[in-house]
Design a protein around this ligand. Sequence first.
Ligand SMILES: N[C@@H](CCC(=O)N[C@@H](CS)C(=O)NCC(=O)O)C(=O)O
Length: 225
Amino acid sequence: MSPSAQLRTGLELFGHPFSSYTQKVLIALYANGTPFEFRIVDPEHPENFAELKRHWPFGKFPLLFDDGEPLIESTPIIEYLHAHYPGENDWIPAGEMEQRVRFLDRFFDLYVMSPLQRIVGDALRPEGFRDPSGVDSARKDLRTAYDWIEGQLGEPWAIGDAFTLADCAAAPSLFYADWVEPIGEARPQLAGYRARLLAHPAVARCVEEARPYRAFFPLGAPDRD
Ligand SMILES: N[C@@H](CCC(=O)N[C@@H](CS)C(=O)NCC(=O)O)C(=O)O
């Protein structure tokens, strides 16, 4: 047991409302009505960042504590919630769809969220330290991802009727990716899926809670969504 474990009870999520990976976990918590306390990682709360870094020196969020025990990385966090805090939504349905859910979760993290982070990260660099060819290549990866997933998606959710881990990953990644590289009308299935995700109550709540931070989006947030 870690030193702080005896002092704390229940679930505590460290993250930021505007962070896509924080939203991925928030969607799972909100959709199942799982009670937790939110600990914002921002300049006004340096103690939260210090605590995060004590447990995960990379300083990346989200990080979930359960009775003081840390869980790291969005997918293992949702796997943990699935195992220990079951609810209305079955995040990783057992049986033939399990592999598909796990694969789509990897797809949205690695092939949508990662190029998106490369593009946004580049925009945060000072002039003279940017990498336009890296950004071009990330945009190309996003278009490849969009084209590949078009025709692969279930309805209404990624694998069909069940709202799963794959949708928790898809919602924030597609939400922001469309801002930097529009999905467009040529991919109607993907555009429709993104619209259904944004209408899901747990996703809509995350979008609203993140709205006050849109001015910080380095590429400029579009006047929609
Ligand atoms: N693979 C990690 C990614 C976490 C991640 O990249 N988080 C971003 C916020 S969306 C972050 O912590 N950025 C701050 C930083 O890199 O310093 C996960 O699934 O949780």
